[in-house]
Design a protein around this ligand. Sequence first.
Ligand code: GLP
Length: 259
Amino acid sequence: MAEVVIVDSPETGGAIAADLVERLVRVRPGAVLGLATGSSPLPLWRALAGRGLDLSWVRGFALDEYLGLPPGHPESYRAVLEREVVVPLGLDPERVRVPGQGLEGAGLAGAGEDYEGRLAAAGGVDLQVLGIGRTGHLGFNEPGSSFASRTRVKLLAELTRRDNARFFGGDVDRVPTHCITQGIGTILEARRLVLLAWGEDKAEALAAAVEGPLTASVPASAIQLHPEVTVIADEAAASRLANAAYYRESWARRPDWAR
Ligand code: GLP
């Protein structure tokens, strides 16, 4: 079962997630971080940036990327990561990869395999940061994604495109239709997963992911198969969790050595 931490605010949750990253990087300066974009990880990036750590040896692998945006487009996940993670945290941009990077047209046919090869060569992801979409997606693994899926090109779900239209001037027609995303099978190979969720909008998807049946219809339910998962949610996102009382007690009474 995932460890579920229910917090009073995204800021508190971001600080707890930053503790996990800081602990990792202190023992492994060249740790491999799995980077998620979106609003969910922002409190983590803010908390980490304030700690004055030297993260210049960290290697980063993005979860996903849009296809079809011109290079350098400000909403490409490469650009978003530069702006929200690489610069504020002082990562080395050369050590950060995005799936499909530098590939287009027919070159994209081998992009999934290329990315998997790079992940493997880096020794795999030590800690994967995750948000969750309202469709129950992880990365861009929309409902129906196999738990065994690997990095590949996917069509975005309509709901995801509508949710992400806010980054494209509110115009859903400007949101790309396709993406390349790490698969659920790829994500499950990270040594640790940290899933962040804030706000009422995420409550249903989070409850289905943490407590619902394992199903490709809720790709995030695959986290139940992973032995090292920390879910950090604010009260609103946690509001549909049936076992919330147990999670709260478990966190409050965690042993000293786990603090
Ligand atoms: C996006 C991203 C995911 C992200 C999710 C939630 O479309 N592809 O990686 O986790 O949807 O986004 P947010 O954190 O902004 O709510």
